[in-house]
Design a binder for this molecule. Structure first.
Ligand code: THU
Length: 141
């Protein structure tokens, strides 16, 4: 379980990453901050594309940055998102991002922090967000 300070730090990092969102098509700006097992924080933003389907979500950007740096153990991710000037909702990770998380974390303990801001957030485990998920175990890995 994360303490309040760590949750706040992750949300602040996600907010900062959100300012770098490249989202000229949806104008929906997302930031994520992924906490690694070694205490390091990897951030990510959504990166859209004129061809639409190559768009990468903020969560996957954070995961791919970390994994490409040799890090494969994670404990939590904070996510913030919304259009500028509109009231924020809790930003819930898409199905593809949930599946990417499933590859690298223990779904029973990995915490997904969906935040409106530092004061308002909700936390679910990945197992709650992706029950009966397909994971490396299923291939005997
Ligand atoms: N998006 C994310 O980055 N993460 C989410 O959890 C939800 C959706 C992005 C993808 C796209 O650039 C925009 O938000 C609208 O779907």
């Amino acid at each position: 379980m994360l303490n309040d300070n760590k949750i706040r730090e992750l949300i602040e990092n996600a907010e900062k990453a959100r300012t770098r969102s490249y989202s000229p098509y949806s104008n929906f700006k997302v930031g994520a901050a992924l906490l690694a097992g070694n205490g390091k924080i990897f951030t990510g933003c959504n990166i859209e594309n004129a061809a639409f389907s190559p768009t990468n979500c903020a969560e996957r950007t954070a995961f791919f940055k970390a994994v490409s740096e040799g890090i494969r153990e994670f404990t939590a991710i904070a996510i913030v998102g919304g259009k500028d000037g509109e009231e924020r909702e809790f930003c819930s990770p898409c199905g593809v991002c949930r599946q990417v998380m499933m590859e690298f974390v223990d779904p029973k303990t990995f915490e997904v922090i969906m935040a409106k801001g530092t004061g308002e957030y909700r936390i679910s485990t990945l197992a709650e967000l992706l029950p009966y998920g397909f994971k490396p175990d299923n291939l005997g890995n």
